[in-house]
Design a protein. Structure first.
Lengths: 776, 444
């Protein structure tokens, strides 16, 4: 069924593309082209004359660099008690300072608008401060008053000054873990974010932010927003798989060639490498990679070399110029752009790193001699914008503003201990689709759902749910490996491409980390992505993106952002596919707070739960069973939801309770039948459906009645979520137990290929009967 | 570095002890010599003093837990000092969980689960937990149902795996015992459940069970013996089982000694009749080394010293303080020491060493108006002399019936060491001394 808001089938050509490639073996040479380095030679004096910058902008650039340096020097001093405004403050937290790199942060953020997004790194104070200060200076009075609602300022200059101080205050509060911090003290230095100015978060996993930025750019592209993403990452990150996968993802030709139809538009993203030459303490260029310049990587990802350039990061104007040009390219659909910004980190990885083990004092002195702040001051003097006294006045203002903010922050309230779990989950969901997204174009309605006597297969129930939700809400997009033309490895999504077109349904590279990570970024920017992992086993490839990113950002941002996405993962087993395609790994993800985990066992639940998952504003891991794809069952037509976190009693009984999820639910029903026939035992069977949140109440009520319980899943026994359930039962209703709680699962081994071995490996109906008999 | 507080070894034979009460709290300042805690030994409650000045940093062993002597029970130091890792204290004795209380008498019979009395009286505290009690297997659900019904689940036969009692066994038991026809007031049932009285044991023909019935059952419910009585029970049983007793009785004419003693008393001297008996026994034991000996059935051990035990009746039982090396003492010294020990005994202040090491004991019931009695030998001793009341009796002296102050003494001896003739000689030797006024005149 299609919701009424959809338009009738259009007459557009089918988005399906049939490849028609021929062999071509004529000799030729691949020309990798040229990558310009350090081409910018502009002087402030000349840029002013050419009206490419105003004096006020130049002064702001200096002030923003000074703000960063003062802030980070405060951290350095706090560690030794030398920050005089806070002589006794005990700062607990990271000290990843970026002193020396201010030119990168300020030069890159200066051209960005409040609509543009950034992601940053564990060394991200600079970007975080600059994104805010630049946005604040460009704000309307109304926007400014929103940031400082109690201000009594009468002039715009006063308002900006107060907003800048508030920005510092909230940043320092976050650094100090205070409740007034941007992330309410949940994120701290390494996870600071300010979504109101487009800062999607610093990231303490090296490279971890790159797919988020890429996904955000996908969303901007999809939503036709006139904005770009600037993805800051260090040189060390580009040895990491997910960063390289992100480059590959961002440069996919399907965004710009005939696959893109009439929206041939490259991802509006600038990968800005803050290339300080060190990954923690190792040299990235001289030691752990095969290339001198990271910029060369770009040549491997796009025929246009991603417009790569090497930029002098010690020259704030060079960075500004490069980013300005990159933004123009991105906004023209020519993105992505790769900028290798050469700079230097004066301090060590953190303040516990004395640097002497791996580099010379002479090297540091040489870089300090081209300090971005000092060289820019010289240009300001040269251009006559500021004299010595003018510079000193700004320095004084910056220092005093920082001190005021720091003192207020040190005295600010800590978060309440009882709120330790506040912001873990959001309780919101999308009950009403905003009008702008409710109008959905359907190219070709789904017609091949074979509903017989009201019955659908589990697979088609999922297909119908996806179809209905995509027809309901244009923000729901769907992608994964081979899910478009082919309809997925199990043909679960066949017909969705035809219905919604390639902008909403597309194939991805075999890049599980990016499949899961881009969904996080897209969700942060307003989409509601559903992505597919062909096998549950592959979730381990993307476990950082699922566990450290999707699961954590609502909490770590202090609920600034929700991450409404669905990971559809397909669990194998029983097909002789061996150890890497047969695992049921729900326990690993149930162990990660911040995720919802659901696992339907019937077609009706598959549809209703998937629809709930798509509408929920929490990230949901939606597990499907390949063994159940062909199972038929009654599935209501049209819109209905199965609530997340509510178990289902499939069979009532009085002597024993089976608690199960996934395909084992059906084995439990058969075991219950057999126990009834052979021994007259009356078994209750509960399908949990949701593992997180867990409907323990239904389980406990049943066990209180029966006094006996077998908990079963297809997962290997050790560390299985069955243990969690069994433990919860005995803790809560020990006095009602007439026997120990039994657990049934696969053997503590690896799924073998041999069907004889696999049959012995997996839990069987007989295992369930035996477990029940042992406690009767 | 904080100083450890060590569980003192109060007696030579003490292997483990339990703290009765900590007199200091964690964090409280302690001066050297302050009482830190009290310890219950077999026979009394002792005070343990601090050897250190400082703060009681940590209590490692809580009250009621038996720990080996010399083990660390706490730490004294200065605030902030780190406490070294100590091995965890042994598990406390089983608490009187409601469930075990419900199990009641039969549970105790099947599996001797210890119960801790709530009120700690001197020398009567925790019974020891058996190291590996036979497992009484019952499912939590069945236990709960039995508790709700107020029945004793230990009488139920289990049909579950390993003989575990399950809900259906309880239900079958209830049906077999016509539980649904039991008439009991709600208050009586609630009380029975709380006190662990099996309501089925209260059943009355046709009549409703009332609170009064339950209260009677509670009064009759077996309660644990005091620690002291348990020690008495264990030691006397050991004696009776391992030391074959026989008994010899004589009558002693105390007329002259009493008159002599009354004269001494009138002149302000403190001697009691018991002191004379003690002295007579000490002297005689030196003459008969076989009696001042003990045996394990294979070897015989003679004690060069006479360590004379004096049975003292105290509230709730009996203790036997020992006058060590009594053969070295004068009559006056024996008199003083006896008085001192009796006072300490009645005050509960005897040290374990003052209650151990005896070689022979006197049990004097003279003030209790008994004609004669036989005593049980303290384990490890050669004999015990039971002294009865002195009574005016018609006796024959020089073929005349005269009235004399007569006192019967019954000697109990270990037949493995002492035969009848020797016992008779030993006992008569005591008698002769008591009747020999000249002997006493040399000593007083």
């Amino acid at each position: 069924m299609v919701t009424t808001s959809t338009s009738p089938a259009s007459s557009k050509p089918s988005p399906v593309r049939l490849s028609d490639m021929r062999p071509r073996f004529e000799p030729y040479v691949i020309d990798c082209g040229e990558i310009p380095a350090f081409q910018f030679k502009g002087r402030l004096r000349d840029l002013l004359a050419a009206r490419q910058i105003t004096a006020a902008e130049a002064v702001a650039i200096l002030e923003d660099m000074l703000i960063i340096r003062e802030f980070e020097e405060m951290i350095v001093k706090l560690r030794s008690g030398a920050y005089t405004p806070l002589p006794d403050f005990n700062y607990r937290g990271p000290t990843h300072v970026s002193i020396g790199q201010e030119g990168c942060a300020v030069g890159a953020c200066a051209p960005l608008t409040i609509r543009d997004k950034i992601t940053s790194t564990h060394r991200g104070h600079g970007e975080s401060l600059a994104k805010g200060t630049v946005a604040i200076r460009a704000m309307t009075e109304a926007q400014l008053r929103q940031r400082v609602p109690h201000s009594r300022a009468t002039t715009r200059e006063q308002l900006i000054e107060e907003a800048l101080e508030e920005h510092l205050y909230r940043t320092i509060c976050e650094l100090f873990g205070k409740d007034d911090g941007y992330c309410r003290g949940r994120g701290g230095s390494m996870h600071i974010a300010d979504f109101t100015v487009g800062h999607l978060g610093a990231n303490a996993i090296v490279g971890g932010g790159t797919p988020i930025a890429t996904g955000a750019a996908m969303a901007l592209r999809y939503l036709r927003e006139d904005a770009v993403v600037c993805c800051f990452a260090g040189d060390g990150a580009f040895s990491n798989g997910v960063a390289l996968e992100s480059l590959n993802w961002a440069t996919q030709q399907q965004f710009t060639n005939h696959y893109a139809g009439d929206h041939r538009f490259g991802l509006p993203i600038i990968f800005l490498v803050i290339n300080n030459h060190y990954g923690m303490t190792h040299r990235t260029d001289d030691e752990v990679t095969g290339i001198e310049r990271i910029a060369r990587r770009a040549a491997g990802f796009a025929d246009n070399n991603m417009h790569a350039e090497v930029v002098n990061g010690m020259d704030v104007l060079a960075v500004r110029d490069a980013v300005q040009r990159a933004m123009r390219l991105c906004k023209a659909g020519q993105g992505p752009v790769f900028l290798d910004v050469d700079c230097y980190r004066y301090f060590g990885h953190s303040l516990s790193d004395p640097r002497v083990e791996y580099r010379t004092k002479e090297e540091e002195a040489a870089w300090r001699a081209v300090d971005p702040i000092e060289t820019f001051k010289a240009q300001l003097r040269e251009a006559g914008v500021l004299d010595e006294a003018g510079i000193a006045a700004i320095e004084e203002r910056v220092r005093e503003r920082n001190a005021r903010a720091a003192k207020r922050a040190a005295a600010a309230a800590d978060p309440a201990p009882q709120d330790v779990l506040k912001f873990m989950y959001t309780d919101t969901r999308c009950d009403t689709v905003p009008a702008e997204f409710a109008k959905v174009e359907i190219l070709q309605p789904l017609t091949d759902l074979k509903r017989v006597n009201g019955q659908l297969t589990y697979k088609d129930a999922i297909r119908e749910a996806l179809y209905e939700e995509m027809a309901r809400d244009r923000r729901v997009i769907f992608y994964g490996e081979d899910v478009a033309d082919y309809g997925g490895a199990f043909k679960v999504t066949k017909g969705l491409l035809e219905a919604f077109g390639r902008e909403r349904v597309f194939n991805t590279p075999i890049s599980e980390a990016c499949i899961c990570g881009t969904a996080v970024g897209a969700a942060m920017v307003g989409l509601r992505p559903v992505v597919e992992l062909m096998y549950f086993d592959f979730a381990l490839m993307s476990s950082d993106q699922i566990s450290n990113q999707a699961a954590k950002w609502h909490y770590m941002s202090g609920a600034q952002t929700e991450v409404p996405l669905v990971y559809r993962v397909s669990a194998g087993a029983g097909k002789g596919y061996g150890g890497q395609h047969s695992q049921t790994l729900e326990a690993m993800f149930c162990h990660i707070p911040g995720l919802y985990v659901v696992y339907p066992a019937t077609p009706a639940d598959a549809k209703g739960l998937l629809k709930s998952a798509i509408r929920d504003n929490n990230p949901v891991l939606f597990i499907e069973s390949q063994g159940l794809y062909g199972m038929k069952g009654p599935v209501p037509e049209g819109d209905y939801l199965v609530p997340i976190g509510v178990a289902n009693v499939l069979r009532e009984g009085s002597d024993l309770t089976f608690v199960a999820w996934g395909p084992v639910v059906h084995d439990c029903l058969k075991a219950a039948e057999k126990l009834k026939a052979d021994r007259g035992v009356s078994c209750e069977v509960i399908d949990l459906r949701s593992l997180v949140p867990l409907d323990l109440e239904t389980v406990l009520r049943s066990v209180q009645k029966t006094g006996r319980c077998v908990v079963a899943s297809q997962a290997v026994h050790i560390g299985s979520y069955t243990g969690e359930i069994a433990s919860a039962i005995q803790e809560a209703v020990f006095d009602y137990l007439d026997a120990p709680v039994k657990r049934v699962g696969a053997k503590n081994g690896i799924a073998p290929q041999s069907h004889v071995l696999e049959a012995a490996f997996l839990p069987s109906i007989q295992d369930l009967v035996d477990a029940a008999t042992a406690i009767l | 570095m904080p100083n450890p507080i060590i569980m003192p070894k109060f007696g030579q034979m003490t292997e483990e002890s339990a703290i009765v009460e900590w007199r200091k709290k964690e964090g409280e300042r302690v001066a050297k010599g302050d009482v830190l805690f009290t310890v219950e030994t077999d026979k009394s409650v002792m005070e343990a003093e601090s050897f250190f000045d400082g703060v009681l940093l940590k209590i490692v062993v809580p009250p009621g837990v038996n720990v080996p002597v010399q083990s660390v029970v706490g730490w004294i130091g200065e605030p902030g000092e780190a406490i070294p890792e100590t091995p965890p204290p042994p598990r406390p004795a089983a608490k009187p969980a409601t469930a075990t209380a419900v199990a009641g008498a039969a549970a105790a019979a099947r599996a001797p689960v210890a119960e801790t009395p709530t009120v700690i009286v001197p020398a009567a505290v925790t019974a020891q937990t058996p190291s590996a009690p036979a497992r009484f297997r019952i499912s939590p659900r069945a236990r709960r149902l039995a508790r709700e019904c107020g029945i004793d689940p230990t009488k139920i036969t289990g049909s579950g795996p390993g003989g575990r009692i399950t809900e259906r066994d309880v239900r079958a038991y209830l049906m077999a015992h016509d539980y649904d026809r039991l008439r009991i007031t709600p208050a009586a049932k609630a009380l029975a459940i709380r006190e662990g009285i099996d309501v089925l044991s209260l059943r009355k023909d046709g009549e409703r069970v009332t609170v009064a019935d339950v209260e009677r059952a509670i009064a009759e419910k077996p309660k644990p013996l005091s620690r002291m009585r348990q020690v008495i029970a264990q030691r006397l049983l050991q004696s009776k089982l391992t030391q074959p007793h026989f008994y010899v009785t004589v009558s002693v004419d105390m007329t002259e000694l009493i008159a002599y003693r009354n004269g001494l008393k009138a002149s302000g001297l403190p001697y009691t009749i018991t002191d004379f008996i003690s002295m007579a026994v000490v002297r005689t034991l030196q003459e008969f080394p076989t009696v001042n000996s003990s045996t394990d059935g294979k070897t015989v051990r003679w004690y060069s010293h006479v360590n004379l035990g004096l049975a003292v009746s105290i509230e709730g039982g009996l203790v036997v303080p020992v006058i060590h090396q009594a053969e070295m003492l004068t009559l006056r010294e024996i008199c003083d020491r006896s008085k001192q020990l009796a006072e300490k005994a009645r005050a509960g202040k005897l040290t374990p060493d003052e209650m151990s090491g005896g070689t022979f004991t006197i049990s004097n019931m003279g003030m209790l108006n008994v004609e004669n009695f036989a005593a049980i030998i303290n384990p490890g001793e050669g004999g015990i002399l039971a002294v009865a009341s002195t009574q005016k009796q018609p006796v024959v002296r020089d073929d005349q019936i005269v009235i004399r102050q007569m006192m019967k003494m019954t000697l109990s001896v270990d037949h493995r060491l002492v035969d009848g003739a020797l016992a008779a000689q030993f006992l008569n030797s005591i008698k002769q001394k008591l009747e020999d006024l000249d002997l006493w005149k040399t000593m007083t």
